[in-house]
Design a protein around this ligand. Structure first.
Ligand SMILES: NC(=O)c1ccc[n+]([C@@H]2O[C@H](COP(=O)([O-])OP(=O)(O)OC[C@H]3O[C@@H](n4cnc5c(N)ncnc54)[C@H](OP(=O)(O)O)[C@@H]3O)[C@@H](O)[C@H]2O)c1
Length: 223
């Protein structure tokens, strides 16, 4: 996909990986809509922040209505919004569990279903989902987070198989630790990190592959 003059939506745009992806997409020439609860501090003529809590379906509806009203289409969706906590199961409140699943998984479903009809009509498009290495193997204390990210992998692979015949590509990027605000609240402290800008470059390079190439699932860790 040539990003110049394409329209992209990035969830979780206010910090970390999502903010870096917005910057990288703008550098590549895309028009970018960022969805987050806190303001996304990006001053660029091709960027617009739409205040959105992705756990609230009506807010997602409103955001995509605004994008389609202005642009008529979305070529790229990056489902990135998410958070994690690592804690013994008896210390996890059911409301926290539901909020994590709503944010990391259900929002991905709700946002994807908004863009698929216009991508099918165009016969092209791409959805990139941000999973995690925690979606590949279980981690002590990670019942909620790993469950959500394993599900993100299953969701992504199924959607990839569903949409490839329409010319739409679905990829799932599974990073190890990235230096972001994620670890301010996660309750774990990794020893090695990647940088969000490098993750963003990886995501943009997948998007920029020839449309005939379908990157499925990409796992990347700090060396
Ligand atoms: N950092 C890592 O090591 C790592 C590794 C693997 C995967 N990941 C994944 O990468 C993604 C981005 O995380 P990050 O590391 O960049 O952390 P981050 O800096 O904390 O960013 C998380 C983003 O998600 C947004 N978000 C959270 N809840 C939201 C909600 N209800 N509605 C809208 N936006 C919401 C936040 O925006 P607001 O707070 O403004 O709403 C923020 O922009 C997550 O899916 C995370 O699981 C991170």
């Amino acid at each position: 996909m040539n990003l110049a003059e394409t329209t992209a939506v990035v969830t979780g745009s206010s910090s970390g990986i999502g903010l870096a992806v917005c910057r990288a997409l703008l550098d590549a020439g895309a028009s970018v809509y960022g969805l987050s609860r806190r303001e996304t501090a990006l001053d660029h003529e091709r960027f617009r922040w739409l205040q959105t809590d992705v756990t609230i379906e009506t807010e997602i509806d409103r955001a995509f209505e605004a994008v389609f009203a202005e642009r008529g289409r979305v070529e790229l969706l990056v489902n990135n919004a998410g958070f994690g906590f690592f804690r013994d199961i008896e210390l996890i409140d059911p409301a926290e569990w539901r909020k994590l699943i709503d944010t990391n998984l259900t929002a991905m479903f709700l946002c994807s279903r908004k863009v698929v009809p216009s991508m099918k009509a165009a016969g092209c498009g791409m959805i990139v989902n941000v999973g995690s290495v925690a979606g590949k193997r279980g981690i002590k204390g990670g019942t909620a987070y790993c469950a959500s990210k394993f599900a993100v992998n299953g969701f992504s692979e199924s959607l990839m198989e569903e949409l490839r015949e329409f010319g739409i590509r679905v990829a799932c990027v599974n990073p190890g630790s990235v230096m972001t605000e994620f670890f301010d609240h996660a309750g774990i402290e990794p020893k090695k990190f990647m940088q969000p800008g490098d993750l963003a470059r990886l995501i943009v390079s997948l998007v920029e592959l020839p449309d005939t190439m379908l990157p499925g699932d990409v796992t990347v860790r700090p060396l």
